[in-house]
Design a binder for this molecule. Structure first.
Ligand code: FES
Length: 481
């Protein structure tokens, strides 16, 4: 019989075999009265608890999730709970952006001898979940479509960068070309208003290189395919962070890659550009001035002012110049110091939990599950065995429900925790324009708050914080249940 008088709720507990499971056993042997809502899953160590277990349980209908393991310093495998502490704290802070109350998830430490403490933990956590009641389900949320207001202010000058010394860059690439298999950059696409990747192997190819606000794609996505081969790449500031992150994770070798760069003054949000262009049969011409791009389609000229039509990520960009480069031309673009919340994230911050759940329900209803977001991501490097395709274990089924689609997005976001450089390729590649970058931006902000302002892709010698641990954490504190 449940000790708490109300109806039983569904609480999932992941307990480490060596301590907390023993603690629960000790409480049972001592006949300590406990609520019966908790369903225990025994794991070898809290280090084995993938943060996605927590999300899977919550998406699968659990009203609460508890993770419990050995006290810090007592882990049977020495450091499993140190790693777990970082991951679990990040996931706890991630839940609210999905519209899930973070009080529905907790992690703690109980040793095998602490039967009484286990009794208190399970009783208090169950009481907390009863107070919160049944967890709201995504399926029942009222869909809410909302579009972020793009701020027209910026931390650095946005413009078309007409003065970029492209000819000097081309000459430098031509000079280096004999030592390289190819150099990746951008060229005019199927029409003058769109750019596509360019793989330069000959001087004639280099002449096709373009630079400016139409170069929206991040060429770093191709680099891991060239590991061990001599390759060159032309980058914007944000792209260079992806190159650095790939170096940090040893997915490419520094000595193999030659990085060319010009300062960037912003790139266009092609979703909004295409929307304004509407249906057209022919792009007649594309012109630039310092602040705008002029596209003439079917005889009609459209003006796209960069401060109005830049991608959301460009408004707060603090790396218009490359973080790491071998060949740089052009004057650095000035950056004002200051914190900036990207527009889509600011919009989600201003919503209640209920509104956020409704927002994601409406967005996921539009998702066509094409995985363009995954394929365009330079840090999504396990495409051959992506767990979203895996049948064993079976994380996702083929049903096109908002739950499945949002769970896929959370898998992607969690796998990028401490690794996403905010290049925004996931969102740019989305054919239906879902603002999924906000999920990655939220995790990146959490990682920065927890781990000394850490930013991924800024230092090739830094270890991403979720790939390491600390015995004493500065910003992660034990919480009372
Ligand atoms: Fe218990 Fe690692 S063995 S947390």
């Amino acid at each position: 019989m449940p000790v708490l008088k109300d109806k039983e709720l569904r609480i999932v507990g992941f307990l480490c075999n060596w301590c907390s499971y023993g603690g629960a056993d000790t409480a049972g042997v001592a006949r300590a009265t406990q609520p019966t809502d908790l369903r225990i899953i025994r794991v070898p160590c809290t280090g084995r608890v993938d943060p996605l277990f927590v999300l899977k349980a919550l998406f699968g209908g659990a009203d609460g999730v508890l993770v419990s393991g050995c006290h810090p310093r007592d882990c049977h495998y020495s450091v499993g709970n140190y790693y777990a502490r970082r991951r679990l704290e990040v996931i706890k802070r991630f839940l609210p952006i999905l519209g899930i109350d973070d009080r529905r998830f907790e992690y703690t430490w109980v040793s095998a001898s602490e039967g009484q403490r286990w009794q208190e933990v399970v009783t208090d956590f169950t009481a907390r979940i009863h107070k919160l009641g049944q967890a709201p389900r995504l399926a029942d949320a009222s869909p809410m479509l909302k579009i972020a207001e793009l701020a027209l202010s910026s931390l650095h000058a946005l413009g078309s960068n007409l003065s970029a010394p492209l000819d000097e860059l081309k000459a430098a690439i031509k000079a280096k070309l004999p030592d390289l298999e190819c150099v990746i950059g951008w060229q005019k696409g199927y029409d003058g208003a769109h750019a596509v990747p360019l793989f330069m192997k000959t001087p004639e190819d280099v002449d096709k290189l373009i630079w400016g606000p139409l170069n929206v794609m991040n060429p770093a996505v191709y680099l891991p395919d060239f590991k061990g081969r001599k390759i060159g790449i032309v980058v914007k500031g944000c792209d260079s962070r992806s190159v650095v992150e790939l170096l940090q994770e040893k997915l490419i070798n520094r000595e193999d890659v030659t990085i060319f760069s010009l300062p960037c003054e912003g790139t266009l949000d092609m979703g909004r550009v295409n929307e304004k262009l509407g249906r057209y049969t022919k792009i007649d011409k594309v012109n630039f001035d310092e602040a705008s791009v002029y596209i003439t389609a079917d005889g009609k000229e459209h003006r796209f002012c960069i401060t109005e039509y830049a991608q959301g990520k460009c408004y707060g960009c603090v790396t218009p110049g490359a973080v790491l480069a071998d060949v740089v031309f052009g004057k650095p673009v000035p950056v004002s110091p200051g914190k900036f919340t990207p527009p889509e994230l600011a919009m989600l911050d201003s919503m209640s939990l209920e509104e956020r759940m409704g927002f994601w329900k409406a967005q996921m209803d539009r998702c066509i599950r094409c995985y363009a977001c995954r394929n365009a991501c330079p840090m999504c490097v396990c495409r051959d065995y992506c767990i979203s395709d895996s049948r064993n274990p079976h994380w996702l089924d083929q049903e096109a429900t908002p739950e499945n689609k949002l769970f896929f997005q959370t898998i992607h976001a969690v796998h990028l925790a401490g690794r996403c450089t905010g290049c925004g390729e996931c969102q740019r590649a989305c054919p239906v324009g879902i603002p999924i970058l906000a999920l990655r931006q939220h995790i990146a902000r959490t990682v920065s708050e927890l781990f000394d302002e850490y930013k991924s892709g800024m230092n090739q010698n830094a270890v991403p914080p979720l790939l390491t641990y600390a015995t004493e954490e500065k910003n992660i504190h034990e919480r009372d249940l």
